[in-house]
Design a protein around this ligand. Structure first.
Ligand code: PXP
Length: 257
């Protein structure tokens, strides 16, 4: 396989979480995104949830207007979000499952049972020139369904891997890394662009970054938290460095796209 650059997408949802804790405008997620880009982010991700718990409608519009890098709009597969996506026309939409009571996106989309609805939505978004990504579990059935739905991209959920790493479950980590690697390889073979994300940290990013089929990693909560200690610039630069180092060690190319 030819050397492939790995993109870093920074998810800025939790700058908005901190802002919303007190109302008002500080810290501004758009300024957060601009700083992340200056530090080496290749793109910005923001999730407009139905309950608007962090990112708000106006943030999405400002991000699209003011950013110099692609906006990845994370959204549930609902009519409301579809209308916003078609109005804003982000670079990409990442379709995710959404439950009101969850603290974060807990699992991948049920692309097998939800295929019918997702196929129509994917067609309409693509028709507007938006790239469509499906956030899925790293499973062969989910990859096959994503191909049938017509997605451009699959984003593989790394949450389980990162949880096992926090529990120091080494056998579990090895099993989960192998599952993600196999899914990345299969998705690539089937013509899908491969992204990954959820729960990634300085400690867990390398094992995913070294997978040759990976094109983009989307990382949020850890970077915003780490910014308290080392600043956002330092946190993003260190993540970028670890990603590049992992790729260079694996001989699959580093640097941003
Ligand atoms: N990718 C997707 C599809 C997500 O839903 C999230 C969380 O919003 C992320 C990546 C980033 O996860 P984290 O904030 O845990 O880094």
């Amino acid at each position: 396989m030819t050397a492939r650059k790995l993109r870093l997408g920074v998810n800025i949802d939790h700058a908005a979480t901190v802002r919303n804790a007190r109302g008002g405008h500080h810290p501004d997620p758009v300024r957060t995104a601009q700083l992340a880009i200056a530090a080496g982010a290749d793109g910005i991700t923001a999730h407009l949830r139905e309950d608007r718990r962090h990112i708000r409608d106006d943030d999405i519009r400002r991000l699209k207007r003011e950013l110099t890098r692609p906006l990845n709009f994370e959204m549930a597969a609902t009519r409301e979000m579809e209308a916003i996506a078609l109005e804003v026309v982000p670079h990409a939409c990442c379709l995710v499952p959404e439950k009101r009571e969850e603290r974060t996106t807990e699992g991948g989309l049920d692309v097998v049972r939800g295929a019918q609805d997702l196929t129509g939505l994917t067609r309409r978004l693509k028709g507007a020139g938006i790239r469509v990504s499906l956030f899925i579990e790293p499973d062969p059935a989910a990859i096959d369904a994503s191909v049938r739905i017509g997605a451009d991209i699959v984003e593989l959920h790394t949450g389980r891997y990162c949880e096992l790493a926090l529990e120091n479950d080494h056998a579990g980590v090895a099993r989960e890394v192998a599952r993600i690697a196999a899914a990345a390889s299969l998705a690539h073979q089937k013509g899908l662009e491969v992204h990954a994300g959820h729960g990634l940290t300085f400690a867990t990013v390398s094992a995913v970054a070294r997978m040759p089929e990976m094109v983009e990693l989307n990382i949020g909560h850890f970077l915003i938290g780490e910014a308290i200690f080392s600043g956002l610039d330092g946190a993003v630069r260190e993540m970028r460095r670890l990603m590049d180092e992992a790729r260079s060690d694996a001989g699959v190319g580093g640097g941003s796209a």
